[in-house]
Design a protein around this ligand. Structure first.
Ligand SMILES: C[S@@+](CC[C@H](N)C(=O)[O-])C[C@H]1O[C@@H](n2cnc3c(N)ncnc32)[C@H](O)[C@@H]1O
Length: 294
């Protein structure tokens, strides 16, 4: 059974609706995920921390391929519940099931995977025994020493749990074992956004609009991290991700006109979708960066 929708007024309801058909809640295609997985140096039994990990698609992919353990941490309890339920019942998450099929099991290497549907699963631990889901604020859990660190791989994709890029990257580095890897997914700008788009985003720091794809590796080098792999999400990857988000929200709002949240959600997603199609998808970028710690 698919996971219940958060109740009206729940602060995660909008994002849960928008990501109904996503497993991975960030822009990446199957061939690029494959390239990323091929760069990981994780061994069976080592730990991946998937911070701000959403439904844990990335953790699933890593665990299925490497036999490593993973801990997915996220503030959104609904995403975590969906990811956890989908470990034993694919029907619990339409988005995860679809993205796992498209992104993780399409490649020939997947025949060696530990997925229960694969014969090679026999004798290896099932993903359900290898992934834990922890709800909470990443920075608070880290400060309280409640994360299993140092970890061999620390990922943080699509979120900035600490004050800014530098502090976040430094904190991720601190959580990583010497010789381990840090994976970051961060927004940047392909081109200067126009005034309407800037005003719509309401960004307080104008310097944010000048962040380019290459800035992150420069920052990482200052922190002693070596770049191993990077990828600028293509316009197609970005449009696929954002398009699915907009469509999921719009179609749900139109199908549930008497829901108390529907009118405001519809207005919000139409405004976002309009601005994104007019100016946003051409100028907003998303960078993937895999680093190695000394
Ligand atoms: C765009 S989604 C990306 C999710 C996941 N990394 C992926 O790629 O599928 C961003 C996620 O970050 C989580 N998040 C943002 N800030 C957070 C924080 N300080 N602590 C925990 N989770 C956070 C949100 O709840 C959301 O699930």
């Amino acid at each position: 059974m698919s996971q219940p929708l958060p109740a009206p007024g729940d602060r995660f309801r909008f994002t849960c609706l928008g990501h109904r058909s996503h497993g991975l809640c960030s822009p990446l295609s199957a061939p690029k995920l494959e390239r990323l997985l091929a760069q990981l140096r994780l061994q069976r039994g080592e730990v991946m921390l998937d911070l701000a990990g959403g439904k844990g698609l990335l953790a699933r992919a890593v665990v299925e391929r490497t036999g490593a353990r993973a801990v997915v941490v996220d503030a959104n309890p609904h995403f975590l519940a969906e990811g956890r339920a989908a470990l034993t019942d694919p029907r619990a998450s339409r988005g995860l099931a679809a993205d796992l099929d498209e992104l993780v099991f399409t490649h020939p290497r997947s025949r060696k995977s530990s997925h229960p549907s694969h014969p090679s699963h026999q004798g290896t631990a099932a993903p359900a025994d290898l992934i834990d889901y922890v709800q909470g604020d990443v920075a608070e859990l880290a400060a309280a020493g409640r994360l299993p660190t140092p970890a061999a791989l620390v990922a943080c994709v699509g979120a900035r749990p600490w004050a800014d890029r530098r502090t976040t990257l430094a904190a991720l580095c601190d959580l990583t074992a010497p010789g381990g890897q840090v994976l970051v997914g961060e927004g940047y700008y392909r081109a200067a956004p126009d005034a309407e788009f800037m005003a719509f985003l309401g960004e307080e720091d104008p310097a944010e609009f000048e962040v380019a794809f290459d800035d992150h590796p420069r920052l990482a080098a200052e922190l002693g991290l070596e770049l191993r792999w990077s990828h600028a999400a293509s316009l197609q990857e970005f449009a696929d991700y954002d398009g699915r988000f907009c469509e999921a929200l719009e179609s749900w709002c139109l199908a549930h006109p008497s829901d108390p949240d529907a009118p405001a959600f519809l207005e919000r997603i139409r405004a976002w979708s309009g601005v994104m199609t007019r100016h946003g998808r051409e100028v907003m970028g998303f960078g993937w960066y895999l680093y190695q710690r000394a």
